[in-house]
Write a protein that binds this ligand. Sequence first.
Ligand SMILES: Cc1ncc(C[n+]2csc(CCOP(=O)(O)OP(=O)(O)O)c2C)c(N)n1
Length: 374
Amino acid sequence: MDGLAITLPRIGWEGGNAYGVGCLVRWSDAEMSVVDKPRVKRPTKAKTDQRAHEMLRMMLLIRRFEERTYQEYTRPGQRIGGFCHLYSGQEAVAVGIAAVFAKGKDYLITAYRDHGHSLALGMDPGAAMAEMFGRATGCSKGKGGSMHLFQAEVGNLGGHGIVGSQIPLGAGAAFACKYKNTGGVCFTLFGDGAINQGVHNETLNLASLWKLPVVFIVENNGVAMGTQVERSSAEVELERRGSGYHMPYQAFDGNDLDQVIDVVGEAADRARAGSGPTYLVANTYRFRGHSMSDAMKYRTKEELEQARRRDPLVIYEARLREAGAIGDEQLEAMDAEVRKQVDAAVKFAIDSPHPDAQDLYSDVYSEKYPLEKK
Ligand SMILES: Cc1ncc(C[n+]2csc(CCOP(=O)(O)OP(=O)(O)O)c2C)c(N)n1
């Protein structure tokens, strides 16, 4: 057994009842078909090994953060309330976008499955966990919860609960970038379930007509709640939606970090150059249910097992190993460090105060209208 087979379960393993509590699924090289094996033997898009490690580490942080969120949500005396949607399996999309994101200039906006994007853009895991625990130290002062992680100062326009609602908001942010000539781009993300909303049509049309600096990214994890794409969209090659609006379009492997960096980076360059929007479809998979109460009866064991062989962390780890850029020791140290960071985030959340009752009505409405004169 080579090092790859030894470390895959450690990195790819998910505790919790989606796969049976505590079950450790083991893969071996033999179980990976030729198709499943990472075929491209080339250095990663990261300029240095250190950068590659940082990106793998971030994907791992998101994975461990989500595992812990699951545990905290489901444990007796549940400390996380409200809706909660986990991002496990889709990590390469958020981390790849973050790799081409210009902080302080660009914007990112997404739906309620927002933990991964926020961490990838640099949110302190403590502030993210505290938000889910409803604590005053949370990134939205404990009043938003899991679906509303938000960090305006880095351009993270947060998570939105109404399916499709963030699409026009993203175009609005892109409009502001163009109007103010900032050179910024808005990465506007949504699920395959959002593309049949009317607002998707209106936004794509205006964004293309006005050549807005926006990169539309469908995170196609194959299902909207329990409804598969082929049961909700007449055209299953979702990227073709872009063609109706006269913009370049492309589907790509959203589980391959290097591909995300390549494809999204190119679209961002195009937007920055004033050439307008691009419509991208990141094909990916979510390992967990839609939200915490989903028994995933719409999936077979075989489908899940196949998907786990395309785990973005496993793919990237294997690529780094093949390039000789990482080894067992470094991986073990990385995992231990990440686990500690997640433990500290939970401790921070537990030790933090709840918001004051007198803050109940603050931050509900804008205190000052943006165009108001002094
Ligand atoms: C306008 C609206 N309709 C329905 C819902 C209920 N709802 C919440 S999530 C969801 C599925 C969306 O799936 P998708 O866009 O594919 O995102 P994913 O959950 O897969 O990330 C639905 C129908 C909602 N929140 N808003």
